[in-house]
Design a protein around this ligand. Structure first.
Ligand code: HEM
Ligand SMILES: *[C@@H]1O[C@H](CO)[C@@H](O)[C@H](O)[C@H]1NC(C)=O
Ligand SMILES: *[C@@H]1O[C@H](CO)[C@@H](O)[C@H](O)[C@H]1NC(C)=O
Length: 482
């Protein structure tokens, strides 16, 4: 999984300023800060990298201030264990920053003291005042919606019941790859994999094919990545309560945010409309139906009634958390394999020895592909790059997972693609299965070549900034039918 997203992992935590007010002498080391901006100037375009460099210099726990916002950065397995296991209860709320900038490095790292909440516009807007799961503070509402979603949406049974959808979407993709193969033309894997997971997630959670919705447009390809970039970007209102918003208007961030929120809102409206119109008798109840029932029955979750906005917040959460994460993970894995032909061969022989004659490899069958699973689990960034935790951390070496039982479920702090503690991704199973299923099938039916004139060394592996770590340069590969 790992490579994705939280490619990172520099663990970042914001801890309530008051926590330190009386104990300034006990603060961890801190890079030199400037008045007013604090340490903001030390974060470059890719903050997870900047923080990693700072942690090399100042140690595994550092204290920083982003504008007025204090933050603790932890960057080794051991300090992550401290933050996410020992102090998880203090760290498991979310700060309501406009841009949630710290999510660049991964979600869990903004630990904020429970009672202290900044109230500003970015994540608030996209979550209808924190009515979703991911941006909700740690409270009864969060506990209840998270439980509900786990029971109804993210469970193992559900993952198995959406298999037919995955097969269908995968078949479509294969057909389009076969066409490109016959023309020897490259496919834009970044794009194709994103649309694969978008279709699967939308159909599985919302019960409709996204081809019939507002998302079936050029704009969709932009929508989710744009929202994630906005959530991941610096917003002055995060760091300067009361005045920062002026700057955000000036930089245009405010406008982008409004537009993104409007588009996502339109998507939700359409989704709800489709469900209102749906013929109740002959259809299974899906997640949206369930949420709409809660609204109709005026169920109380946490302290307040469950309303239309709660539904929308949860739908957007699923869009933003469920789609690009698995797509990006597959994209990075395909990129790493394509520039390591030896490993590519090895993965492919494992798959083909077992299932070479299959049109599609099933979920159960992917379980048997040990090496392929290891190849989909590459961790990068601070913790993944900690030389005390990993040998040759910069190299892509799937074998590093052989015989050590390190898995992605949040118990091994060397490898935290899904986070850990109370806020761990509730869809670990769903996400990993998506990635394994996708990779196994892509690699079985096709060989993948670099576009004409390109060598392995030419491959660009830089990351793009944002909440989740996209590959900066789209991955273009030529499928070759075997
Ligand atoms: C390879 C795929 C995925 C990866 C790598 C991933 C990773 C993560 C990470 C790192 C977090 C933050 C954990 C923390 O704060 O400690 C998270 C949270 C979350 N993820 Fe995922 N995820 C994936 C797939 C999905 C899917 C498919 C869905 C839904 C359909 C999903 C829904 C969520 C939600 C709702 C949260 C917020 C949890 C909370 O705050 O309580 N994720 N994910
Ligand atoms: C890949 O697809 C995306 C989304 O459609 C597009 O924005 C991008 O320009 C494409 N990349 C290349 C290199 O063609
Ligand atoms: C997060 O990503 C944005 C781009 O979306 C970037 O501008 C920003 O510097 C990153 N880091 C932080 C701390 O916001």
């Amino acid at each position: 999984m790992a490579i994705s997203l939280y490619l990172l992992l520099t663990l970042v935590s914001i801890i309530f300023l008051k926590l330190f007010k009386h104990s300034n002498s006990q603060l961890p080391p801190s890079p030199p800060a400037l008045p007013i901006i604090g340490n903001l100037h030390q974060l470059g375009e890719l903050p997870h990298q900047s923080l990693w460099r700072l942690s090399k210099k100042y140690g595994p726990v550092i204290f920083m201030k982003l504008g007025t916002v204090p933050m603790i950065v932890v960057s080794t397995p051991d300090t992550a264990r401290q933050a996410l296991r020992v102090f998880d209860l203090n760290c498991c709320s979310r700060p309501s920053l406009a841009g949630i900038p710290l999510t660049n490095y991964s979600f869990h790292f903004y630990c904020l003291w429970k009672h202290n909440r900044w109230v500003s516009s970015g994540s608030r807007k996209l979550s209808y005042n924190y009515k979703d799961i991911a941006f909700s503070p740690f409270d009864d509402y969060w506990k209840e919606v998270r439980k509900l979603s786990v029971q109804e949406l993210f469970n193992i049974k559900r993952v198995h019941s959406i298999q037919p959808i995955k097969y269908e979407e995968m078949r479509k993709l294969m057909t389009s790859f076969a066409e490109s193969a016959s023309k020897k033309s490259p496919v834009n894997l970044s794009e194709k994999l994103l649309s694969l997971t978008a279709s699967v997630v939308c159909r599985a959670s919302f019960g409709v094919s996204f081809q019939d919705t507002v998302l079936d447009s050029e704009r969709f390809n932009e929508l989710v990545p744009e929202a994630l970039e906005i959530l991941g970007s610096f917003s002055a209102s995060d760091f300067y309560p009361y005045v920062g918003w002026i700057l955000d208007r000036f930089t245009g961030l405010h406008k982008r945010r409004e537009r993104s929120a409007q588009d996502l809102d339109a998507f939700c409206e359409q989704m709800i409309d489709l469900h209102l119109k749906k013929n109740k008798e002959d259809e299974n109840e899906d997640f949206v139906d369930l949420l709409m029932k809660l609204e109709k029955e005026e169920v109380v979750l946490g302290q307040a009634k469950f309303t239309r906005n709660n539904i929308k917040a949860l739908l957007i959460n699923i869009l933003l958390a469920g789609i690009d994460t698995s797509a990006i993970t597959m994209t990075w894995a395909m990129a790493e394999l394509s520039r390591n032909p030896r490993l590519m061969k090895k993965v492919q022989s494992e798959i083909r020895e077992k299932y070479g004659d299959k049109e599609l490899i099933s979920l159960e069958e992917t379980e048997e592909l040990e090496y392929m699973k290891m190849a989909s689990r590459v961790n990068v960034w601070a913790i993944g790059r900690d030389p005390d935790a990993w040998k040759d951390p910069e190299e892509f070496i799937p074998e590093r997972f052989m015989d050590n039982n390190i898995d992605v479920k949040g118990q091994n702090f060397e490898l935290l693609p899904f986070g850990s503690g109370r806020r761990i991704c509730p869809a670990v199973y769903m996400g990993s299965k998506m990635v394994e299923f996708g990779l196994a099938n892509l690699l079985n039916r096709f060989d993948w070549e670099l576009p004409e004139g390109m060598e392995c060394e030419d491959m660009k592996m830089e990351e793009a900034p944002g909440l989740t770590i996209y590959k900066k340069h789209d991955l273009l590969l030529v499928p070759v039918k075997r």
